[in-house]
Ligand binder design. Structure first.
Ligand code: AMP
Ligand code: MG
Length: 267
């Protein structure tokens, strides 16, 4: 699959409305699901190699419109990976202590160490998204943050972290269906909050905030991918492809055995 089609080039002008949220990349559901299962197995292997080698640090960032499918993505893409091998950091509304610090303070210590994969379920980007849409800080403050974030990610990359960021892009109509489903399906009720409807009214403001985020913070060392996410199975396939491709490019190899191990027979 041509992955670069979905990557945002540094400085690219973005018109989110021009991205097809319903894109299936020419795939049928059945074939896509089989391919995703193959990629899940490959990822299991690559994660073990990454851990054994303890050389690379890998960070995947996931941002999305509400109901965009962050949780489902993590569940499906990392389905086969050893739970000890991957960490997920979910960033909710900041606590009082977190708010008393700069906005990157709570983020930094969740970044991956050598041999680790970390997934950010929401991230420091909330500080130019929800914070911007709801005027939680003055515009002159959030406007400076794009540069801070690029510098922060550059520092992580310079120190050996591979960073890839996913924006899960759904249509407003798809969001309506997913919210309705959370109301109509008893076991999904827990996911629904009345506040989600207020956020939906701010749809255009969020789209504008996502647009600036993509335009200002997609860099060589930490690119954004815009993932068409109306079809969950295509979303899972595309992200699996990008995750596996990212790890394949690290060109890893199993560490050399300890000297003297060759031909050793255990008594
Ligand atoms: P959920 O992912 O549905 O559990 O919701 C988490 C909530 O935390 C969302 O409403 C986010 O907008 C909110 N949130 C995450 N990070 C921040 C932040 N830095 N400032 C304000 N709200 C945030
Ligand atoms: Mg929610």
């Amino acid at each position: 699959m041509k992955l670069s089609k979905y990557r945002v080039e540094p400085g690219q002008d973005i018109i989110l409305g021009d991205f097809d949220t319903h894109d299936n990349g020419g795939w049928e559901r059945g074939a896509a699901e089989s391919r995703t299962a193959e990629l899940n197995s490959r990822l299991e292997y690559l994660q073990e190699l990454l851990y054994a080698e303890r050389r690379h640090k890998v960070l995947f960032v996931i941002q999305a419109t509400d109901t965009g499918g962050k949780d489902g993505t993590i569940r499906h893409v990392f389905d086969k990976v050893n739970p000890q091998g991957v960490k997920v950091a979910s960033f909710k509304k900041p606590t009082e202590v977190e708010l008393a610090h700069d906005y990157l303070w709570r983020i930094h210590h969740h970044t991956p160490g050598a041999g680790e994969i970390t997934i950010f379920n929401r991230s420091h980007y909330e500080d130019v998204l929800v914070v911007r849409v709801h005027d939680l800080v003055a515009p002159e403050r959030w406007k400076r943050r794009y540069d801070h974030i690029n510098n922060f990610e550059k520092m992580l990359a310079d120190e050996g972290t591979t960073i890839v960021k996913f924006f899960l892009h759904i249509s407003k109509d798809e969001q309506r269906e997913r919210l309705q489903d959370r109301i109509d399906t008893p076991r999904k009720n827990w996911k629904f909050e009345l506040g989600d409807l207020r956020e939906r009214e701010l749809w255009d403001d969020y789209q504008a905030a996502f647009t600036t985020m993509l335009e200002r913070t997609s860099t060589e060392h930490a690119p954004w991918f815009v993932i068409p996410a109306d079809r969950k199975w295509f979303r899972n396939l595309l992200i699996s492809e990008i995750v596996v491709d990212t790890l394949e490019r690290l060109d890893m190899s199993w560490p050399d055995p300890e000297p003297g191990i060759e031909g050793l027979v255990i008594e």
